[in-house]
Design a protein around this ligand. Sequence first.
Ligand SMILES: Cc1cc2nc3c(=O)[nH]c(=O)nc-3n(C[C@H](O)[C@H](O)[C@H](O)COP(=O)(O)OP(=O)(O)OC[C@H]3O[C@@H](n4cnc5c(N)ncnc54)[C@H](O)[C@@H]3O)c2cc1C
Length: 379
Amino acid sequence: MTPPARGTNEDGPWPRRDARGTDRTLVHVQELHDAPLAPLTTFRLGGPAARLVTATTDAEVVAAVRAADESGTPLLVIGGGSNLVIGDRGFDGTALRIATTGFHLDGTRLELAAGENWSDAVARTVEAGLAGIECLAGIPGSAGATPIQNVGAYGQEVRDTITEVVAYDRTTGETVTLTAAECAFRYRHSTFKDQPDRYVVLRVRFALEDAGGLSAPIKYPETARALGVEAGDRVPAAAARETVLRLRAGKGMVLDPADHDTWSAGSFFHNPILTDEAYAAFLARVQDRLGPDTAPPAYPAGEGRTKTSAAWLIDRAGFTKGYGTGPARISTKHTLALTNRGEATTEDLLTLAREVVAGVHAAFGVTLVNEPVTVGVSI
Ligand SMILES: Cc1cc2nc3c(=O)[nH]c(=O)nc-3n(C[C@H](O)[C@H](O)[C@H](O)COP(=O)(O)OP(=O)(O)OC[C@H]3O[C@@H](n4cnc5c(N)ncnc54)[C@H](O)[C@@H]3O)c2cc1C
């Protein structure tokens, strides 16, 4: 295909930062060969891509995807690289970096281009006095990736506010608009994860709330405690955002290039959701091992299902904060984050992940499932 030319887009001047928080002026529309992918991920791990294309408009994204599909070349879509584990051998195909821009606010309706930096977009909606995504501040990566795993934190998920997702459908070659219902959002899941090779997200639309500068009702107990309010209360949206950012930073969950605790993909494992029967067996095993009064975290997760905490399981299985002696270790600030201490390879990370999965299974009979998307490797 013809390499996309550098150019402006419909939104005029380049915004200051892209989805990884780097200076947008450093981003060039380009096609590279044998290009390192590790610097495009928050783990800083993984081998090179045979070909790396950076697209800055929707048309360039669609053209790059079509070209790959028509030639039968494998395609890897990359936003901010904050939920990716790329194998040491790299990716033998086209890696497409989405660097599109567009922040359009019309009353309480928000449309974001897929390449927009998510956390910056959240800040802008709070500055505009709107509620609905303020507790999702500090989640790294791009707006276009938020529907993929229905990102969530501190009592909010994007499914609460997404109305539509505009995507290129690789099976039909058309650009389509999916309603929120068609996105089939669940806990860290959606139709985009069900059909991982089908859609490339171009734009995401949200319905926010004008609550006179106040946040949405605070749902998460830890946030309510930190704000000194009851769950269900509203606070100034800016206060909610700042409190979440402070809580996140204390757990190594806000990107900081100088802090190896943030060289991660955030939570590495999903919180397990167990059927009533599986939960009863799990509880018996916990109490047998840790004493009859031990009560593992348990949250309702729909009819006949209970969600427990992966962090609790990992910790109680003996993998405490900072666990490990090699170049890949558990974060010193959060049991659920596996981190690259600077010199790790993907294989080091996977060895640690496998050890944790096996240890938790041996202790409690629960199999943890990884949250980040793996490329060319599995756990
Ligand atoms: C420090 C830290 C904290 C985090 N905290 C949270 C948290 O609180 N809650 C949470 O839910 N997640 C969290 N994450 C995970 C991650 O930030 C989110 O999943 C985020 O949405 C990933 O965005 P990204 O642009 O970096 O996606 P990438 O890592 O680039 O890609 C992830 C997946 O999405 C696909 N993808 C990306 N863009 C598109 C697109 N436009 N169209 C189609 N597919 C696409 C990729 O192909 C890949 O399969 C955290 C990560 C880190 C490093």
